[in-house]
Design a protein around this ligand. Structure first.
Ligand SMILES: [Zn+2]
Length: 220
């Protein structure tokens, strides 16, 4: 039995020294001054690639920004039937998988924003061409409630992808090999809707499953 260790992290921006904003249970903290994002880990703070999706400008009354992880992943089939290998072939290779960084109380086929955004990305894939979402480098609105850290989110990436593949071919027994190449934290514009996903950490906010368009542009 080891002695439990407590890691203490100083919540100051590594760039400008400002106090970082965040709440209990958050895994990512934001600098309100220079709009950088830092993830708390076992060795301290790690600065993240932090981008905004869904257009710049403030949120309207019926909109809010929420945090999402975007992973660049090389996906291969680790175990698959011949039918799965053939019919799911288009899902393999270098892809982007989106996983919610805020906590969801109801995860489901239509309710999980990671599944919806990942499916949305695949819909834009053309033969030999994988779309890069148009992302703003300057983040206008810092998203609250970033309670799912990147390592936990990586564990969710395979189930998210299986949910995306499932309508195309039954994924029973299909196992994926996920090689993570890059992680990016996004501030994503959502629309409020009281019939869809409910966020535990944002009691009054209910984003719907129709998501901001992650437009792929030629002039990225
Ligand atoms: Zn700063």
């Amino acid at each position: 039995m080891g002695i439990p260790a407590i890691n203490v992290v100083c919540l100051r921006c590594q760039s400008c020294g400002e106090h970082l904003a965040g709440r209990d249970f958050d895994r990512v903290f934001f600098c309100p001054a220079c709009r950088r994002a830092f993830e708390a880990g076992p060795t301290g703070l790690e600065e993240l690639e932090f981008r905004e999706a869904g257009g710049t400008g403030g949120a309207d009354a019926d909109e809010l920004f929420l945090p999402m992880w975007m992973f660049d992943v090389d996906v291969q089939a680790a175990r698959a039937s011949d039918e799965q290998r053939t019919r799911a072939a288009g899902f393999f290779g270098r892809v982007k998988v989106f996983v919610s960084a805020f906590r969801l109380s109801h995860k489901g086929f239509y309710g999980d924003p990671g599944v919806a955004l990942t499916r949305h990305w695949y819909l834009k894939v053309k033969p030999g061409e994988a779309p890069e979402p148009a992302l703003e480098k300057t983040v206008g609105v810092i998203p609250p409630g970033c309670t799912v850290g990147s390592s936990r989110a990586m564990q969710y990436a395979e189930p998210v992808l299986l949910l995306v593949i499932d309508p195309v071919v039954d994924v029973t027994g299909l196992e994926l090999k996920m090689a993570f190449e890059k992680k990016t934290l996004l501030s994503v514009r959502f629309h409020r809707n009281d019939r869809r996903v409910k966020c535990l950490d944002l009691a009054e906010e209910y984003p719907e499953h129709a998501f901001p368009d992650l437009v792929c542009s030629a002039d990225k």
